[in-house]
Design a protein around this ligand. Structure first.
Ligand SMILES: [Zn+2]
Length: 340
């Protein structure tokens, strides 16, 4: 039976309001596992061209079709390439934003067990009526997120309204059709970072992965984001009130052993002059330096703790959760595939 959650809405924030924090968060993302985020570019990798040609002739002649079919699979695989910018390798900002937003949408409504949810899941597929059986599409994801993927939520349909006056807090912050986002994620990149190619035999796929230990740098631009919304963003990035917990990113993040775990950390926040007053009223010290108005060190910690507390108070159904830790906890059940 499906469980129906009510949606808790907030008034639409004016996209030009000079409120809260406008500025740039500078972050680093440390990979704890191998991570692959593809550029979408595929290349066919052929191990023995002569053998493939010979098999092709046999197929055309309708000879030994079953044997050829079985053998050709071992000779051809699909290679997935990483996103590159010059010498840098990058995880696209759109991927990072998608991960953070989706985490919040799944976490909202106490991961499926609360009566109301502060997220509408506008972009999600239909809820699951039963847990998929092992081996079927998305079964590992469903086991990790449990009830969160089985609930039915009141949905928003912004496209049908001429003027949006109220919407879910996540769409208000991250945008929706016709509603601009107030967070902009840059690509997270690393220079001279080490990668290796590994094969996932189950999917006959060759992936170029960034090695564990790689540190990527990126930033998130904020526009008129109030403190409780900053708290939401931090929970989406894995903050649990004390520390950032690992989150899962990239291809095969749910299916792969040693794939996908990454950890955010914040370096500093650079803010516009008109946000200084707002931060000082929160008790957060802002320093004026070469880069402009900067919050860092203990003052940044203070802001992070305050933002988290305000978000928990304002949106109690959004509780911190680490799907990466849950994956580790139930990894035996999940039959994780290792690439090599
Ligand atoms: Zn929404």
């Amino acid at each position: 039976m499906l469980f129906l959650q009510k949606l808790s809405r907030v008034p639409l924030t004016s996209r030009s309001a000079l409120q809260g924090v406008t500025g740039v968060i500078v972050f680093s993302l440390k990979l704890l596992d191998g991570v692959h985020v593809g550029s979408g570019e595929l290349n066919l990798i052929v191990r023995d061209l002569n053998a493939v040609k010979r098999f092709s002739r046999e197929i055309l002649a309708k000879k030994n079709i079953e044997r050829v079919g079985a053998e050709i699979v071992n000779l051809i695989s699909i290679g997935l390439k990483f996103v590159k910018l010059g010498t840098k390798l990058c995880i696209p900002g759109s991927t990072l934003k998608g991960v953070v937003r989706t985490r919040l949408e799944l976490i909202a409504g106490k991961r499926g067990s609360g009566d109301t949810a502060s997220a509408c899941l506008t972009f999600a597929g239909p809820p699951l009526t039963k847990l998929p059986t092992p081996g079927s599409q998305g079964w590992r994801h469903a086991r990790i997120w449990g009830r969160a993927v089985s609930i039915d939520r009141e949905a928003e349909s912004y496209l049908e309204e001429e003027f949006v006056s109220e919407l879910c807090p996540i769409c208000n912050l991250f945008g929706a059709p016709g509603v601009a986002s107030r967070t902009l994620f840059s690509n997270a990149c690393c220079d001279n970072c080490s990668t290796h190619v590994c094969t996932v035999s189950e999917y006959n796929m060759r992936l170029e992965i960034l090695s564990p230990g790689t540190v990527l740098k990126g930033s998130i631009a904020l526009r008129g984001v109030v403190v409780e919304e900053l708290g939401l963003l931090l929970i989406g990035m894995g903050f649990d009130g004390n520390n950032f917990k690992p989150i899962l990113i990239g291809r095969l993040k749910y299916a792969g052993e040693g794939m996908g775990r990454a950890l955010f950390s914040l370096e500093k926040l650079i803010v516009a002059i008109y946000s200084v007053d707002y931060l000082e009223k929160l008790g957060v010290g802002v320093k004026q330096g070469d880069e402009g108005y900067v919050v860092e060190g203990d003052e940044l910690k203070k802001l992070v703790y305050t933002a988290f507390a305000k978000a928990r108070e304002r949106y109690p159904d959004i509780e911190p959760f680490s799907e990466a830790e849950e994956k580790e906890r139930i990894s035996q059940q999940l039959n994780l595939v290792r690439c090599s």
